[in-house]
Design a protein around this ligand. Structure first.
Ligand code: UD1
Length: 337
């Protein structure tokens, strides 16, 4: 009996694999390595002492998926696989809609063929768009500002409809806030292709000397120090949130949605200063223009996950900074050394 992690070699997938294996939940990984490396498997084994099966497949390919379900007894799926770069999604909308919707539909159809009922989906706080924080799960959705966000919104709708039509389905939608950090061993972490779009990988690449300086995208927002405020969550807390969601999915039919965030807003400047002081490294920065589509303040109300899943984020912003740096400095070129 195993849980299939699509996109299981990626940033959040690999950390969730570790959390599952450490909790004696067996996992099988499927990944096409479009933004990940098969070398992550050695690291997962080093951390957990277990080496899960890893299939090199594109989960849009139903035939390849069927082979996995035929070979393994898959009791549930956590669907991480998907394209996730906001800017790229504006340039390549069709690729985003094709890949993200197709992969989800393929997985759901093959699950149905094999009588597999539990499905946990990686959604995003991006579905809330520009609304006042803290955001509860009952806030309006469908105010996305880019095709990537719309794929999350559309997949949420597909899953709600699928669960309504099939009372046997057990679906959990997880709306992530801003995942950063790395496993405390420093053996696995985030390894973006090219120049990072997101704040923490940009900071770590400046700190390690790969990039010259950080540009802070605007300091005139209506926030305490003028820079953007987000709800950063340690990726191991997020990973443990998936375990809690799996437990919930086992016991509950239907479709339920949970925010996975800390409930605390942190500004860009606070993050840069915490990173520097915790790690004793300089992060040179300049203040630049606002980035198109950015919001002033986004953070979760995490109460529902606490009440129903019994889960809350435990790690601090200092932990996130320490672990992100530990991963980056030990692996300046990601899994390639
Ligand atoms: C973005 C996506 C979100 C996605 C998340 C992944 C949108 C609108 N945003 O969130 O869907 O899930 O990435 O973690 O769809 N910043 C800088 N300089 C930089 C990079 C970022 O100042 O070089 C600032 C941003 O202006 C923002 C904060 O840092 O205030 C966080 O940015 P980022 O890490 O890119 O995440 P989001 O934009 O919040």
């Amino acid at each position: 009996m195993a849980i299939l992690l699509t996109g299981g070699a990626g940033f959040i997938g690999s950390h969730t694999a570790v959390a599952c294996l450490n909790a004696s939940v067996d996992v099988v990984l499927a990944d096409n390595f479009s933004n990940s490396s098969p070398k992550v498997l050695d690291r997962i084994e080093k951390i957990t002492g277990k080496r899960p099966a890893l299939y090199n497949v594109d989960v849009c390919d139903k035939r390849a998926l069927r082979d996995i379900f035929a070979e393994r007894f898959i009791t549930g799926v956590i669907h991480f696989a998907g394209l996730k770069a906001v800017g790229e999604s504006v340039r390549l909308p069709l690729a985003y809609y094709r890949n993200n919707l197709d992969s989800c539909l393929s997985v759901l159809e093959v699950m149905q063929e094999f009588g597999c009922k539990e499905f946990v989906f990686s959604s995003s706080a991006t579905v809330y768009g520009d609304q006042p924080a803290p955001l509860t799960e009952s806030a309006d959705t469908g105010h996305c500002s880019n095709p990537y966000g719309w794929t999350k919104f559309m997949i949420e709708q597909i899953l709600k409809d699928a669960a309504k039509a099939n009372p046997e389905l057990h679906v959990v939608l997880l709306r992530y806030f801003n995942p950063i950090g790395a496993h405390e061993s420093g053996l696995i972490g985030e390894n973006p292709n090219g120049i990072p779009n997101n704040l923490m990988p940009y900071i770590t690449q400046v700190a390690v000397g790969k990039l010259k300086q950080l540009t802070i995208f605007g300091d005139s927002y209506d926030t305490p120090d003028g820079t953007g405020v987000r709800d950063y969550i340690h990726v191991m807390d997020l990973a443990e949130g998936h375990l809690a969601a799996l437990g919930y999915a086992e016991a509950h039919a239907g479709c339920e949605v949970f925010n996975l965030g800390t409930g605390k807003g942190v500004s860009v400047l606070e993050m840069v200063n915490t990173f520097s002081s915790v790690n004793g490294v300089e992060v040179p920065y300049i203040i630049g223009e606002r980035r198109a589509g950015d919001l002033a303040t986004v953070y979760a109300d995490p109460a529902k996950a606490e009440q129903i899943l019994g889960w809350h984020a435990k790690r601090t912003v200092a932990d996130m900074c320490r672990d992100s740096w530990n991963w980056q400095k030990n692996n300046p070129n990601g899994y390639d050394g």
